[in-house]
Design a protein around this ligand. Structure first.
Ligand code: FMN
Ligand code: SF4
Length: 431
């Protein structure tokens, strides 16, 4: 298994974030090619490539673009918008920030191509507020793109105008949910909107809007240049292309590893030098803390959208957090649950109240005050959050709890007075 740098091909080169260096390495040639086509032709290429969104849900990008309604003759058209989701708040997820820091122009080029395809003139990049470095880097890159004529009036002589506004969020995980992001961008409190209507028809300022992740849009120039067939061949059927896997935790060399979709954890561990403490792997997340945990038994599951789902989890954001036999699964799950409790926006009861209670029960168990009945209460509470919450934050919050009880029930029992079958010191070990 080797790395397959596509999105990361400029990482490590001389100041890849500068527009002159970007142009030297094929930069903005995809845009020139796209502008010579009809917008629908661009959508067809993205559709044929089967690119799936990198924001977590894996929605087909070409299809999303096609949903943007075109005005009928005689209608006053509403403006269309492209909104870039650069909130990146999922625990363990760390690939949009490195992309924006190293190669902001690939995202910007992808945004302009997307604007052209869906007939939008204005795009907004919503960047997590704490990531001041990324806000500065992207703002600088946008300025360079204006100076070179890739943004502004009559871009590259096309007769079309394109503008990008960089917006710093206030730093709330829920603002990564696309409709909460739109509310936040409009200056309101960031809370999810009822769907339908979907952003494709009623998005930013109630106008047709495409919301895409940073990595999704950064993939577009490569697809326009390399062609749909080339892109499809990079990964398995159904999950084409590469993924930037973010490895963290008990691994020798944590970081971003770009490899074909469908790479297994066994292969990723080889690339990353193996486990860091010499202890065996115990549990891991295939796509961030909102995805059900995997174990040793899942080392050979291809990490792509379909295979991970078949194995009982989700590919999510390819955030692979790795824990070894010295780590406590209960403690890790408590920490994630406290995160969801804190980040719950409070709009719906199952998530607002449920995450409060699951955190309380987990804490009680971890500190040796739990009972076996608490495990049933935990699972019952999870059942009442899952599928009953207003947005996917609630569903994601229960993933680590339910999956950890499924695979590591004995670790919970070991912390419950009278229920031990694993040495309690190990079950409660520090993460
Ligand atoms: C709680 C929550 C947080 C999310 N955070 C992000 C995020 O930080 N970045 C992102 O791209 N998508 C995030 N998403 C997914 C978005 O709602 C949306 O599906 C995505 O931006 C669509 O882009 P894509 O089609 O390019 O994947 C989040 C979803 C939820 C429910
Ligand atoms: S599930 Fe409900 S309370 Fe939780 S973040 Fe979504 S809307 Fe807010």
């Amino acid at each position: 298994m080797t790395l397959t740098p596509v999105l990361t091909k400029r990482f490590g080169t001389d100041q890849p974030w500068k527009i002159d260096n970007y142009e030297r390495l094929d930069g903005y040639t995809g845009l020139r090619r796209a502008l010579a086509m009809a917008p629908d032709e661009v959508i067809s290429i993205v559709k044929d490539s089967s690119l799936r969104g990198r924001g977590g849900a894996g929605f087909p990008t070409g299809m999303k673009w096609q949903f943007i309604p075109q005005s009928k003759p005689g209608e006053t058209p509403k403006p269309h918008y492209v909104v870039v989701n650069a909130d990146e708040g999922e625990p363990g997820t760390c690939r949009d920030l490195p992309l924006m820091m190293n190669d902001p122009h690939s995202m910007i080029e992808g945004i302009i191509i997307a604007c052209f395809a869906v007939r939008a003139q204005h795009a907004f990049v919503y960047i997590r507020g704490e990531a001041i470095h990324a806000i500065r880097r992207v703002t600088g890159a946008v300025r360079e793109a204006y100076a070179k004529g890739y943004l502004g009036k009559d871009v590259l002589g096309s007769g079309l105008d394109f503008d990008i506004t960089v917006h710093g969020g206030a730093g709330a995980y829920i603002c990564g949910e696309e409709t909460a992001l739109l509310d936040s961008l409009e200056g309101k409190r960031g809370q999810p909107r009822l769907k339908p209507p979907f952003p494709a028809t009623n998005g930013l300022y109630d106008a047709p809007t495409v919301v895409n992740n940073v990595g999704t849009l950064a993939s577009v120039p490569y697809i326009i240049l390399g062609g749909a067939a080339w892109y499809k061949e990079l990964g398995p059927e159904g999950s084409p292309g590469t993924s930037i896997y973010s490895l963290s935790g008990r691994v020798k060399n944590p970081g971003q590893y770009e490899a074909p979709m469908g790479t297994t954890l066994r292969e990723l561990l080889e690339l990353a030098g193996g486990m860091s403490r010499g202890k065996p792997l115990k549990f891991w997340t295939p796509g961030g803390s909102s995805t059900p945990l995997f174990t040793q038994d899942h080392l050979d599951v291809p990490l792509d959208f379909d295979a991970v789902a078949k194995a009982g989890s989700m590919n999510g954001t390819s955030a692979v957090m790795i824990f070894d036999e010295g780590d406590s699964v209960v403690r890790a799950v408590l920490k994630w649950t406290q995160f969801y409790e804190h980040e719950s926006c409070g709009k719906c009861t199952p998530c607002r109240e449920g995450n409060y209670w699951t955190a309380q029960i987990l804490e009680r168990i971890l500190h040796g005050h739990g009972t076996e009945a608490d495990l049933d209460t935990l699972l019952d509470t999870c059942d009442n959050i899952l599928g009953r919450s207003f947005c996917a934050l609630g569903d994601g919050a229960v993933s680590p709890i339910a999956s950890s009880i499924k695979y590591f029930r004995d670790d919970y029992l070991a912390l419950i007075p009278g229920g031990a079958s694993v040495p309690p010191a190990l079950a409660g070990a520090t993460v």
